[in-house]
Write a protein that binds this ligand. Structure first.
Ligand SMILES: [Zn+2]
Length: 273
């Protein structure tokens, strides 16, 4: 039988200074809140359906971007939940509602998301342009990437007080779109890793397989998100064939499956580290 040995002899009462007690408490709390980061587990995913409500996004041939993105996120979320019931999947919207761009990233932050996936549709004046592209936060390398960011960021014009909300942001100034790129560097590598896997799986699709690759630009929706985050341009609704693909249920299913396969690969890789 183990014998209890008192640590303090002669019942001497040790007075701990309050500062030490607070210090110990702080360390304990810190280690608790950092558990999520230390164990590398993907536990929470936030999926964002681009646009919604008074913001239809791009419109082409009667098809609205906001409807395509909503249908895709529901399919993607269902795939994740089915395979990984313990992962919490949150959506920035599940109905045709208007959510401010900054709020979308805040939803991911508030829920301690481990990954943020924003789904959109591309648009071009050239109706033959087609294929998917996945963006991470960064400085645009060419005018086309800037145009994509400008179009996606223009949703702020529908928000009240957008200049106050986004540090005086002017959607019409090219420089304005660069200020958003000064954040998120801590998660750049993981964001690119996931983005590469997304494009790799999208390029293996049977119905359409054009991948335009991983790109970077300053998107407000990815601004200040405190986790790996990507914005996927699923395809061009300005291209009649791709519009038909994105409008069809089989197209959405194939697209969601490809992103889900990328998610599985990413999860496996991150959790192995
Ligand atoms: Zn969009």
């Amino acid at each position: 039988m183990a014998k209890f040995i008192p640590l303090q002899k002669n019942n001497t009462k040790v007075k701990r200074p309050i500062s030490i007690t607070l210090c110990v408490l702080f360390i304990l709390l810190s280690s608790f809140t950092n558990t999520r980061l230390l164990d590398n587990k993907i536990k929470v995913v936030v999926i964002d359906a681009g646009h919604g409500g008074k913001d239809p996004g791009s419109i082409s041939g009667g098809v609205k971007e906001k409807d395509i993105t909503l249908a895709i996120v529901k399919k993607l979320g269902a795939l994740i939940k089915k395979e990984y019931p313990t992962i919490k999947v949150y959506y920035t919207r599940l109905s045709d509602s208007f959510i401010e761009l900054g709020e979308r990233g805040s939803i991911a932050n508030r829920n301690n998301a481990d990954l943020f996936i924003s789904i959109h549709c591309n648009h071009s004046g050239n109706s033959t342009a087609h294929g998917s592209e996945t963006y991470v936060m960064g400085t645009h390398k060419n005018a086309t990437n800037l145009e994509v960011a400008k179009r996606e960021n223009s949703a702020v014009l529908l928000e009240e007080d957008y200049k106050e909300s986004y540090d005086g942001f002017d959607p019409n100034s090219p420089e304005g779109h660069i200020i958003f790129t000064f954040y998120q560097n801590a998660f750049r590598e993981q964001s690119i890793d996931f983005a590469s896997k997304v494009e790799s799986h999208l390029s293996k699709r049977k119905k359409t397989n054009k991948s335009r690759g991983v790109k970077e630009a300053g998107f407000i929706v990815l601004w200040k998100s405190a986790m790996p985050s990507v914005l996927i341009e699923s395809g061009f609704i300005s291209n009649p064939d791709e519009r038909k693909y994105l409008k069809s249920d089989s197209g959405k299913v194939e697209f969601a499956n490809a992103v889900f396969s990328a998610f599985k690969d990413y999860k496996k890789g991150v959790e192995k580290e």
